[in-house]
Design a protein around this ligand. Sequence first.
Ligand code: OGA
Ligand code: MN
Length: 284
Amino acid sequence: MEVRKLNPAVGAEIVDLDINNITETEFGCLVEAWDSHGGLLFRDQRLSNDALVDFAARFGELEAAPVMENGRTPVPGYPEIYVVSNVLGTDGKPIGSLGAGEAVWHTDMSYLENPPDASMLYALEVPPTGGDTWLAGMSAAYEGLPDQLKVEIRGKRIKHDGTFNSGGFKRAGVEVREDPRESIGAYHPIVCAHPRTGQPALYLGRRRLAYVEGLELAASEALLDQLWAHATKPEYVFSHSWRVGDLLMWDNRATLHRRDPFDADARRIMHRTQIKGATAPLAA
Ligand code: OGA
Ligand code: MN
């Protein structure tokens, strides 16, 4: 197996590895690559639901899938698998979440006190074009912040909203509050230390209904806009064009991700697992 860097700020491809047959030595190398790159891509895999869940569980305890927009439980018998799909079921409702539109920059489930450390997305069906997934490296983004902004955010926390998912859909059972100070969510430090490497990284969650604790609303909005404009600059990101059998995993403590829109008449079916956060995000 070989590790090939995808972008200076984030991501590596693992070449020549069959996830169904990983030795302990190979797994050791994977963990090393995982700690240093924040995102790992594996191509040409053939994974059953069991194999996907088993592989994810080698990285840590799994989190149950969040409630989907359609209020359904995702895959019968696999409470850990979250379905990301625009495909309609026999009842005319989507079988998964996020539709076919853009999914804006975010990190997964940061509205929880203990968000998942990592997510793994496996492609079962992909559209001919569009639907690319982008990662942004938040350690590099933190390092690259102007000094004055680093000072401004020192010791501060962001409120991470739990009302809307990244596709802009409201989560089932949540009431919409337009004021970010009143919506549901959790507070986390803006600069977090990676739980395994100690590396500081920007931890932004998602922009919509975010709020910087203790600031006037207008000041909070202005600071968040600056941080988001910086964190998603081209030098920190790469995009991945999917083929069936690709698996992309990202470290939610060290990256942001987003998805391009695609033709709503095309089919895209992805299975996601999420690895539990060992701790709440730690201040750097
Ligand atoms: C996710 C997600 C984007 C995509 O599964 O958490 O944001 O490309 N998916 O489907
Ligand atoms: Mn996501």
